[in-house]
Design a protein around this ligand. Structure first.
Ligand code: BG6
Length: 482
């Protein structure tokens, strides 16, 4: 059997997509609370709630609505966590990846002292996990910056935010260190370049006419903050390990024409850039040159070189949903993907949302990452967003999801046989939750169905899909059933 004996099977969730209770327990408003519902078709009501501009964000903060801002209600994990954790335990989870909402501990991000009610909530969650034998893997920042830091500082574009984040992380290590040994700093740290507001709280009006430059500045601040808290975690939490977290977007050339190969190479180098900094503790020379030429090289302080070197991560984690394809042909057909738009690959099928399904791409990604970094890997997000139908008897026959996972697990197993050191796998997401990109509920990922529609109607009752029993079997047999 390929999977190591203590392989960490489990699932991944994020506070802002699952907890709800956006104003309970002293929680402040986060950027996610200003993210509005994006249906597949044009919808007048939705159009009233689009934020992402300074005015839009300010209005969103005053708006009490929870229909068009679905992340405010999530799936009410805040009140259902015992039931949900019990279901995860029933599947045999060894690990659960979850994030800590910055605004539950520091509602505006600037308080001197943390909100004790927020700490108590997470302690209760970790206590329950301990009782159930589920190890936590905690993301410190998963698209959850306090909204007031976005409006006041233009989010991560301002260096002062580093200290505020470090304060939040210190509290996490102090309070939750006894429960949590494995941590991640920023979810998909590369995403700030593609989603300035969601990932970095950066707003166009506050960016002096150069939002792109602000994004790279914000990224640099996140990289520095990540290194500072990595070092701090090692010092404060005995036996702790810190990982980076990337959107793994392995890119193929559309043809073997050298120009297409070159274009794909640039895409892949760009994708590696973020992990290069976090693993090697310095910017790669090629990227530095490129950013300089484009006038995008961030301002760096003298001490940053040392900070980056002192805070290298212990393992590499990543999300993998799909592969990408690149071509220099401007007429090449395009398709949407995980927060990106790419060229369509004629050899792959897509999900209803246009994300191209590529199980072999996971193996390729694992091999490339391991060969480049020679550090343990952790697949911390992978899954299939689909519309699920419930039968009259309350059953959900999601064979398509089982098929997706089965194929990906087989490729993962092959990568392990090839010699990749893989710590674990957490599916996105073990339970239906609010989509990050579209705030839809109808884009379902879970092994557990949650009775709630896009507009928030429903009982919130949890049902086991067919994939629930299947994943349970996979864990029970450590992949032998595959
Ligand atoms: C990842 C994010 O990019 O993709 C998750 O880290 C997100 O937060 C997941 O939910 C799936 O994307 P979406 O938009 O379908 O929810």
């Amino acid at each position: 059997m390929a999977f190591p004996e203590h392989f960490l099977w489990g699932g991944a969730i994020a506070a802002n997509q699952i907890e709800g209770a956006w104003k309970e327990g002293g929680k402040g408003i986060s950027v996610a609370d200003a993210a509005s519902y994006k249906p597949n078709v044009d919808n007048k009501e939705y159009n009233k709630h689009v934020a992402f501009s300074l005015e839009g964000v300010k209005q969103a903060a005053l708006d009490p609505d929870t229909v068009y801002y679905p992340k405010r209600r999530g799936i009410d994990f805040y009140h259902h966590y015992r039931e949900d954790l019990a279901l995860f335990a029933e599947m045999g989870f060894k690990v659960l990846r979850l994030s800590i909402a910055w605004t539950r501990l520091y509602p505006t991000g600037e308080e001197e002292e943390p909100n004790r009610e927020g700490i108590a909530f997470y302690k209760a969650v970790f206590e329950e996990m301990r009782r159930l034998g589920i190890e936590p893997l905690v993301t410190l920042s998963h698209y959850e910056m306090p909204l007031s830091l976005s409006v006041k500082y233009n989010g991560w574009a301002d260096r002062r935010v580093i200290d505020l984040f470090v304060r939040f992380c210190r509290t996490c290590f102090e309070e939750f260190g006894p429960y949590v040994k494995r941590w991640l700093t920023f979810n998909e740290i590369d995403s700030i370049i593609r989603h300035p507001f969601t990932s970095g709280g950066i707003l166009p009006e506050l960016s002096d006419g150069n939002e792109r430059k602000c994004c790279y500045q914000g990224l640099h601040h996140q990289l520095v903050a990540s290194a500072i808290v990595t070092k701090m975690c090692h010092e404060m939490v005995e036996g702790s390990q810190m990982g980076c977290m990337l959107t793994k977007l392995t890119t193929y050339p559309r043809t073997c024409a050298p120009q297409d190969v070159l274009a794909a190479l640039y895409k892949n180098l760009d994708n590696y850039f973020y992990a290069d900094v976090m693993v090697f503790g310095e910017y790669p020379g090629l990227k530095r040159t490129e950013l300089k030429k484009k006038g995008l090289l961030p301002e760096m302080r003298e001490e940053d070189d040392r900070i980056l070197k002192d805070g290298c991560v212990d393992f590499i984690s990543f999300s993998y949903y799909m592969s990408m394809t690149e071509s220099v042909d401007p007429d090449a057909e395009r398709t949407p993907g995980n927060t990106v738009l790419g060229v369509k690959n004629p050899y792959l099928k897509s999900s209803d949302w246009g994300w191209q399904i590529d199980d072999v791409g996971l193996r390729i990604s694992l091999l490339e990452l391991y060969d480049r970094y020679r550090k343990p890997l952790f697949v911390v997000e992978n899954g299939f967003g689909a519309v699920d139908a419930v039968t009259e008897d309350g059953e959900i026959h999601d064979d398509y999801r089982i098929e997706f996972f089965r194929k990906h697990f087989i490729q993962m197993e092959k990568a392990v046989e090839d010699g990749v050191e893989l710590l674990g796998y957490t599916s996105w997401a073990p339970i239906d939750l609010i989509s990050a990109s579209t705030s839809q509920m109808s884009k379902r990922y879970g092994f557990i169905y949650v009775d709630q529609d896009d507009m928030g109607n429903g009982t919130l009752k949890r049902y086991k899909k067919d994939s629930f029993a299947w994943y349970k079997k996979v864990i029970e047999t450590n992949g032998e059933v595959l």
